[in-house]
Design a binder for this molecule. Structure first.
Ligand SMILES: [Zn+2]
Length: 103
């Protein structure tokens, strides 16, 4: 977060979690042990799924259980884990990984 402290980016640019992202973090997110680098509040991790095989489910937040069900269906898709701060809206793509279904 050096850019914020140096003043090159305003906090509004960084804290851009939109309503959907915050709602997803509230309903599907799991508490993270990490703290927000901006305000120190506890972060929530939310998993988002991407992949053509998911059809209408692309780009939606999913629980671990739902992701396990997609894998069980034999689908191959990408899971983005996003950290979200509900207090100041800071968010960050933590990991991007491919999930494979068993064939
Ligand atoms: Zn924060």
């Amino acid at each position: 977060m050096r850019e914020v402290r140096a003043g090159r980016l305003s906090e509004a640019d960084v804290c851009d979690a939109d309503f959907l992202l915050r709602a997803a973090a509230t309903h599907h997110g799991v508490a993270s042990a990490r703290e927000c680098p901006l305000c120190g509040a506890k972060l929530r991790n939310t998993k988002w799924v991407y992949g053509e095989v998911l059809g209408r489910r692309v780009g939606s937040a999913r629980s671990e259980k739902e992701i396990a069900e997609f894998v069980a269906e034999g689908l191959e898709f990408t899971v983005h884990t996003v950290e979200v701060c509900l207090a100041c809206r800071w968010n960050h793509l933590l990991t991007s990984e491919v999930a494979y279904g068993k064939c």
